[in-house]
Design a protein around this ligand. Structure first.
Ligand SMILES: C=CC1=C(C)c2cc3[nH]c(cc4nc(cc5[nH]c(cc1n2)c(C)c5CCC(=O)O)C(CCC(=O)O)=C4C)c(C)c3C=C
Ligand SMILES: [Fe+2]
Length: 416
């Protein structure tokens, strides 16, 4: 029998302050240049949006991170207790809480040190709130006023609080926007499963209509904003990809589009893709970022510009792993010049493009088959455990291809 892993509650003060979600944070109200708001436009009808009857919500999905050092271990517990992160055979799935407890307890001291080195916690929540505020402003300027709520997977604000916020605001149409450019079962898939589970527990929330933007790494606003060379992406275990996770092919496709953009701008730099942040003893996607850095150093490469291609906000993986660990490794490997492209955070052209993704998805809220069922469909098609084997069958691959996972919004380009 599958038992739900126990989830640690987040620090209650923070939960109180953030369950209320994404009203513009105070520092943004002062006029932060990065999110200087476009002027709101009176609501105007567009496909999927009738100002007379519709109240639109945007549900941003993200991973979450510990707010304080005390949060590190319970945050790690939540992460490792996720069956999309540690995939156990069904027969021993009941062991997951124990395994999660063991790994989080063992990993916590090192992770705590890393979070301490970037200021004592993850900035992901603040940056995601800022992205939400900027997105709300961009959509308001397009004549679609929205309520934005953030649903973090492993730390507050959790999905149930985010759904409650949307419901309390009277929202009847929700566009679900994962803040992961590329789809992986371990990220977007897991967040969509959490959302589906919340909807199953909460019939009132099911009265809202949903549309999902499953991935957006091919959108022009994401591709053309980058000018870089050493692409470093968060990895996943190879088994995920063998089981049909589209993450690696989306990553390679995304990098190809960025490289094409670089070439079009006359930049002939060599480009490399490598994978960072592996956890545990299993084989992850290769080449590993650390091996790639060593090899490039041994080849006599003079300078490297790291590009965090899978991350849209600064957090532990950029601020500590790339900026500190990989920089040090690069220096030791003989690389003389090291740089890192910043994450997008609330960069206006990026937010503008996300706003367009939301507007393109909005008409899907009017398709009965896309209501919370979409979420089910997408997750079912994301092959985990035994479903993974089935994904090897040509017919299921065909279904996968036709369905929402590869559907995307209008401007979305399919992998070549
Ligand atoms: C592109 C995004 C990500 C993928 C794919 C992903 C897969 C994945 N991650 C772990 C284990 C850990 N991830 C951790 C932190 C972390 N991961 C992502 C993104 C992806 N993960 C982000 C944005 C962050 C940072 C969170 C923050 O600081 O706010 C951690 C915790 C840090 C640490 O101890 O190293 C772990 C652990 C697995 C096992 C996995 C695929 C199966
Ligand atoms: Fe991760």
């Amino acid at each position: 029998m599958h038992r739900s892993p126990r989830r640690f509650a987040a620090n209650t003060t923070l939960q109180r302050s953030l369950a209320s979600s994404v009203e513009a944070p105070k520092e943004l109200a002062k006029g932060d240049a990065a999110v200087e708001s476009p002027q709101p436009h009176p609501p105007r009808a567009r496909p999927g949006y009738d100002p007379a009857t519709d109240k639109v919500g945007v549900l941003l999905l993200n991973l979450g991170g510990p707010d304080t050092l005390d949060d590190v271990r319970p945050f790690l517990y939540n992460l490792f207790a996720d069956p999309d992160i540690i995939r156990l055979p069904r027969a021993i799935s009941w062991l997951q809480p124990l395994i999660a407890w063991g790994i989080s307890t063992r990993r916590a001291p090192k992770a705590r040190e890393a979070y301490e080195s970037i200021g004592g916690g993850s900035p992901l929540r603040r940056l995601t709130d800022e992205q939400g505020a900027a997105l709300r402003a961009a959509l308001g300027a397009a004549g679609v006023p929205v309520t934005v709520a953030v649903a973090m997977r492993y730390w507050a604000p959790f999905t149930d609080a985010a759904l409650a916020k949307l419901r309390d605001a009277g929202v009847n149409k929700v566009v679900v926007l994962p803040l992961y450019p590329q789809y992986s079962v371990s990220t977007t898939g897991s967040s969509l499963r959490a959302l589906r589970e919340c909807l199953e527990r909460d019939p009132a929330a099911r009265s809202m209509r949903f549309a999902v933007v499953p991935h957006w790494c091919g959108r022009p606003g994401y591709v053309s904003a980058r000018v870089v060379i050493f692409f470093s992406a968060h990895g996943v275990p190879v088994k995920y990809v063998e089981a049909g996770d589209p993450y690696q092919s989306e990553m390679e496709w995304c990098v190809k589009l960025v490289v094409r953009e670089l070439r079009a701008r006359g930049l002939g730099n060599r480009c490399t893709l490598a994978y960072q942040s592996r956890v545990g003893p299993v084989q992850w996607l290769t080449p590993y970022t650390d091996d790639a850095i060593r090899e490039l150093g041994a080849e006599g490469v003079h300078g490297l510009l790291a590009v965090p291609i899978a991350f849209v906000s600064e957090h532990i993986e950029t601020l500590e792993e790339i900026d500190m660990e990989y920089r040090e490794l690069a220096e030791e490997s003989g690389i003389k010049v090291w740089g890192r492209a910043p994450a997008m955070n609330s960069y206006p052209p990026f937010i503008q493009d996300l706003a367009e993704a939301v507007l393109e998805a909005l008409p899907q809220t009017d398709r009965a088959e896309d209501d919370p069922l979409t979420i089910k469909k997408i997750y079912r098609l994301a092959p985990v455990n035994r479903r993974a084997k089935k994904a090897r069958h040509p017919w299921l691959r065909r279904v996968l291809k036709d369905m929402a996972i590869f559907g995307g919004g209008g401007a979305y380009m399919k992998p070549e």
